[in-house]
Design a protein around this ligand. Structure first.
Ligand code: ZN
Length: 474
């Protein structure tokens, strides 16, 4: 700033310099005041947040301009370190989420992907400590939580679409008795799920139970999978049948479809009395999604359940059955989006036959035609599946040996490996070529007619909806 003049003018120069410095000082003060005033005038409650962040930036800039190069570098370094520390905490949080859903190896592998300024994860105590802690927890795990000796003892429970409005479902009309027998209310579902959670039950996928093992010679067979859980946990499977929001259910207190909300969550749409649309969690999948969000330890590696779908009246509330409809393409497009969002969130799909036929009663040709129609009209919406859930729970063969029928062979050739019937108690068979698992209904009939069959799961009196009518069938 100071320019040296010739020696003989030294005194005059000093004077000039002092004057210039005073002028500069005055200018600086004015600039500062102007700046202050300008900022004050933009302050208003409406953009407080914005101003606050601007002020911080400004303050940082002001501070920076006074710092030396070295100090600036040190400040940048400090900021980088702070950001890295935050990143590491994020890594730990993410790993904890995986650990909470019993994915211990996933949590460790995730931590090991970290790369920081000092190098890999093993250069940071926070990570080596976290891994040691996870390993310690892992060492305490028991096969099937110590609750079962074999996967064949696991429960597989199932529901239909839940009754969201009891007064409409139980209004005494033609469908009321059917709803009382085969449906479960939201009240009951929430009670059941909460009770099972408190008792240590943990959702697993059908695919977690038995896996295809391929030998060196290329031959394969299904074998029990090993699931390790903390002591006292009890793996179980859940499925939901006929999530189609069939047209016959209109006006009976059920939602009309599944949709994706603004946050990407799959929720229900329901029509209220005045014709307006209400959005919310009115069926198994959105209610369970929310429950697992709040209780991640209710799900093994994010597993939810299986939705068993027919095709004759569309899927998930979309009328994808009318191939000639001008709305067909649009309905398929929307249904596909919802199906993908469900899969992304841990749900799986099963064929429930196209026309909900009795697989035992119908001829081989009829069964094959119906199963093929499902593959033609429904599979392209939901994606491929190896799960087959029998309509009415009636299997195509009565044998307790090995399936041999043409119906079975058709299914097997078309990629189906897991078959589910219905039975009051857990029952499962792991064959070389397929897996067969029975499911327990938790519906009105089970609660009102056979409550003693449910005692191992819950006391019916504690979960039954006080608004449910008494048994009104023989
Ligand atoms: Zn069904």
């Amino acid at each position: 700033m100071i320019k040296k003049g010739p020696k003989r003018k030294r005194n005059k120069n000093i004077k000039t310099i002092v004057i210039i410095e005073i002028i500069i000082l005055i200018i600086l003060i004015m600039v500062f005041l102007f700046y202050k005033l300008r900022k004050g005038s933009t302050d208003s409650p409406a953009n407080d947040d914005m101003n606050q962040s601007n002020n911080i930036d400004d303050a940082e800039d002001d501070g920076k301009s006074k710092l030396s190069k070295e100090e600036l570098e040190a400040l940048d370094q400090q900021k980088r370190l702070e950001k890295e520390e935050k990143d590491r905490q994020e890594f730990i949080n993410q790993a904890n989420k995986l650990k909470q859903s019993y994915d211990y190896d996933g949590a460790i592998d995730y931590i090991k992907t970290y790369q920081g300024e000092q190098g890999g994860y093993d250069r940071y105590k926070i990570f080596t400590d976290a891994i040691a802690e996870i390993e310690e927890e892992k060492a305490k795990l028991l096969l099937y939580g110590g609750s079962y000796d074999s996967v064949t003892q696991f429960n597989h429970i199932f529901f239909h679409s839940l009754i969201a409005d009891n007064s409409k479902a139980f209004d005494g009309d033609y469908e009321s008795v059917g709803y009382n027998m085969y449906m479960t209310t939201i009240y009951e579902f929430e009670k059941i799920i909460n009770k099972m959670y408190l008792d240590g039950y943990v959702l697993v996928s059908m695919h977690d139970i038995a896996i295809k093992e391929t030998a060196e010679d290329g031959s394969s067979k299904f074998v029990e999978n090993k699931i390790y859980l903390p002591e006292g946990k009890k793996p179980f499977v859940l499925s939901v049948d006929d999530v189609s929001y069939y047209e016959y259910m209109t006006g009976d207190g059920f939602p009309t479809k599944l949709i994706i909300d603004d946050d990407g969550r799959v929720i229900n749409e329901m029509i209220s009395d005045d014709g307006s649309i209400i959005k919310g969690n009115f069926d198994v999948s959105p209610i369970l999604d929310k429950f697992v969000e709040e209780h991640p330890d209710f799900s093994y590696k994010g597993a939810k359940g299986t939705l068993a779908l027919t095709g004759y009246n569309g899927v998930l509330g979309y009328r994808t059955n009318d191939l000639e409809s001008p709305k067909y393409e649009e309905e398929v497009k929307e249904a596909k989006k919802v199906a993908q969002a469900l899969k992304d969130n841990g749900w799986e799909f099963a064929s429930h036959g196209w026309g909900h036929r009795d697989s035992l009663k119908i001829s081989d040709a009829e069964f094959i035609k119906d199963a093929q129609r499902w593959l033609d009209e429904v599979e392209h919406i939901l994606g491929p599946t190896d799960l087959f859930i029998f309509p009415f729970g009636i299997e195509f063969e009565r044998t307790i040996g090995t399936f041999t029928s043409a119906k079975y062979k058709f299914c097997k050739e078309n990629g189906f490996d897991y078959f589910c019937g219905v039975e009051g108690k857990p029952w499962m068979q792991i064959q070389k070529d397929y897996v067969r698992m029975n499911r327990r209904p938790l519906d009105g009939q089970a609660m009102l007619q056979f409550p003693e069959r449910l005692v191992d799961l819950f006391d019916v009196n504690e979960v039954i909806d006080p608004e449910r009518p008494a048994r009104d069938w023989d």
